[in-house]
Design a protein around this ligand. Sequence first.
Ligand SMILES: Cc1ncc(COP(=O)(O)O)c(C=O)c1O
Length: 291
Amino acid sequence: MKLAISHTPIQKIEDPEIMDFGVNLYIKREDLIHPTVSGNKWRKLKYNLEQARKEGFDQILTFGGAYSNHIYATASAGKLFDIKSIGVIRGEPHDPLNDTLSFAKSSGMHLYYMDRAKYRQKMEALVIGELKERFGEFYLIPEGGSNALAVKGCTEIVSDIDQEFDYICCACGTGGTLAGITAGLDHKNKVLGFAVLKGAGFLRDDVSNLILQYNKTIYKNWNINLDYHFGGYAKSGSDLQEFMKKFEKQNKIPLEFVYTGKMMFGIYDLIKKGFFKSGETIIAIHTGGIR
Ligand SMILES: Cc1ncc(COP(=O)(O)O)c(C=O)c1O
């Protein structure tokens, strides 16, 4: 399966704010993969869609919040590759639909709202059984799209890099992207994820488990920074907003505040604090999410 581009460019960040620290910062523009299935979303969906086809499913079902980039991208991919999609949305129905849900619906996704208590048990056999009774057989993609095939897809972020570096950095929600990058590096170089959720220490186990599901390997060259969540998922602050405004003006690269803004803020801060050393090279992954 192919979208418009399979190789994404790497851009050097030339920003006076960090120039004096001697760190070479690049950004890999995964956001340019496709306008509506961008960044890590395509990497995660690609092999899942192939598998769904291979197993003969004519529909996929996945989960997400009402503002989920994954719901948005899955709906769009379903339309592009002519496979029906069902989005199970956490919580109460939205009327009118917000932009994410409205786009998903217009892409042909069937939206089904699930109350929050049941949503917490969404991967349990009983709930999946109920969904199958309602919708018939489907190929199941977990929340955030993160499973072993998503990890496989994200290894290709690394195989698409053709220059030397010391670190790869990415934003972490469910950790699938970080897991794929780590597996793709296969013990070489270092990976640093930036958690966008508050109190996301559990992510370390989640990432390890995703990698184990993918290739049964334990890696030690990765870590997750928990300090740049700005209050939690989809929370922000004036310092983050200020930073993003300045960054976008200087570098002409759009960020959003839920994922890539927090990662980039963290990278700049860690450069200034000396965590990244003069002469080191970082490749930050732009995982998309821009609407
Ligand atoms: C733009 C963006 N960046 C990063 C992430 C985090 O990815 P993961 O859930 O694989 O950690 C997401 C979530 O899918 C996202 O939408």
